[in-house]
Design a protein around this ligand. Sequence first.
Ligand code: HEC
Length: 142
Amino acid sequence: MKYRTFLVCACVFLASCNLESGEPKVNGRWYTPSQVQNGEKIYAKYCVECHKVQAQGTASWKERDQDGFYPPPPLNGTAHAWHHPMSILKKTIDEGGIPLGGRMPGFKEKLNEESKLAVISYFQNFWTDEIYTSWISRGGLN
Ligand code: HEC
């Protein structure tokens, strides 16, 4: 009997832990709706001025502007962002494109790991399932 009581308590305890940390993910993706919501705020504060609403970027992102720079590309799955695994996306956000002759500032000092993951989840949430699956099969989670 004692053992049984212990088991019941252990199960209830484990189930409640799971409920707290186990928010369901979006459609089998790596992130949760809360991460997307948090990412939306970060995006609005730091990224939207360049990458535009809903991560649509600049239509002519493939052509250099009059100053010889590439405009901010879409992050919504219609450009190249999905060619990069997570580690490179995080590095791009940390360091920006200025060290590579581009224009994007780095956000190392402003965004911690959690915030970077949230903002990535925000723009990935615009990716179609097809693009997301391609990203995964190219090792996107690396
Ligand atoms: C001042 C404008 C500007 C801001 C602000 C900015 N970006 Fe960028 N971003 C760019 C440009 C321009 C590029 C293309 C590379 C370059 O020129 O640096 C780029 C490239 C990227 C890429 C690589 C895309 C690819 O197709 O390879 C990612 C990812 C990215 N930005 C994410 C972000 C996120 C997330 C934020 C907000 C935290 C942000 N950017 C803020 C201008 C900006």
